[in-house]
Design a protein around this ligand. Structure first.
Ligand code: CP
Length: 328
């Protein structure tokens, strides 16, 4: 299902009363709905030849990435530029972090140059919130350790809502490395807030100890967990966060937890397959499923990523200093 192109939703400090976006936890259903509605209008804008508006003209957005990224960094850059901001990309490689400068000193240094928005990815859970306390600009969490990746959950929600028409009541199975996944954590928060039913499917070694307290149903068997679900969300093994071995072997992991045609047949016939990327084909997902555009929404998720990041920048712009509503 494709949603009709809605009229632009005006930025409102009342409807999104936050300086920063540090996580999904703590947002209300109304605030999430506001961001999703805004995202829909940016999807329509991004499908036009002229994708630009002037909402952030004169503003500066800094992408500060301490971990690798393709999708998130590029889409924040595109989002900022399409809204008229100046965008600077910084990575730990090639910065003074390599000379021993701390996260906070780096943040204070950038803050002294008067950016309006800092988009930060960091390998430590909580690092982005800590940084946000030290700067005077808006901060967006682009992924902190295994804690949260709020814009990923928002883009997943937009993708689901556009295909299925709703979030409430859908059964969503999140499968794989739940333990190390900030994507899983943000999605669990968002889907619970929006009234979906969340299942997690993983071997015991890849689940947090108190998984059932997250408001999810826990499964260790893919076929039982996938039975009757509307959405199948696959996660990669986050080997960069693992110390030691969490699975016996890749081939055994694929055998039990890799999504293939046979296991997917347990889900609803119209179940949609999602993956935040990057994918490891033949580990958590079979190539045949990943490339089947009748089942897989992976490319659509990437498209929604740009719209969602524009929507978040737009929503936060209402609280930037000297904000003046612009016609766009
Ligand atoms: N999904 C996601 O965060 O991808 P990147 O690591 O490429 O940004």
């Amino acid at each position: 299902m494709t949603a009709p192109a809605p009229a632009a939703v005006a930025a409102s400090p009342e409807r999104f009363p936050h300086r920063d976006l540090l996580g999904i936890e703590g947002l209300t259903a109304e605030q999430i709905g506001y961001l999703l509605d805004k995202s829909d209008s940016y999807v329509a804008q991004n499908r036009q030849v002229d994708k630009r508006s002037a909402l952030l003209r004169g503003r500066t957005l800094v992408n500060l990435f301490f971990e690798s990224s393709t999708r998130t960094r590029t889409s924040f850059e595109l989002a900022g530029k399409r809204l008229g901001a100046d965008v600077i990309n910084m990575s730990a490689e090639g910065s003074s972090i390599k000379k021993g400068e701390t996260l906070i000193d780096t943040a204070m240094t950038l803050n002294a140059m008067h950016p309006d928005v800092l988009v930060v990815r960091h390998q430590e859970s909580g690092a982005v919130s800590l940084l946000a306390q030290k700067v005077s600009c808006a901060v967006i969490n682009a992924g902190d350790g295994s804690h949260e990746h709020p814009t990923q959950a928002l883009l997943d929600a937009v993708t689901i809502r556009r295909r299925k028409g709703r979030l409430r009541g859908l059964v969503v199975a999140i499968c794989g490395d739940i333990l190390h996944s900030r994507v899983a954590r943000s999605n669990i928060h968002l889907l619970n807030i929006m009234g979906a039913r969340v299942r997690v499917i993983a071997p015991p070694t890849l689940l947090p100890t108190a998984a059932s307290q997250l408001g999810v149903e826990v499964f260790h068997d893919m076929r039982k967990g996938l039975a009757g679900c509307d959405i199948v969300m696959m996660l990669r093994l986050q080997s960069e966060r693992m110390q030691g071995s969490f699975v016996p072997s890749i081939s055994e992991y694929f055998h039990f937890y890799g999504l293939d045609t046979e296991k997917l047949a347990y889900a609803k016939p119209d179940a949609m397959v999602m993956h935040p990327g990057p994918m490891n084909r033949g580990v958590e997902i079979d190539t045949e499923i990943a490339d089947d555009i009748s089942r897989s929404a992976i490319a659509e998720q990437v498209e929604m990523g740009v719209a969602v990041r524009m929507a978040v920048l737009d929503a936060l712009s209402a609280r930037l200093p000297n904000f003046a509503p612009a016609a766009h």
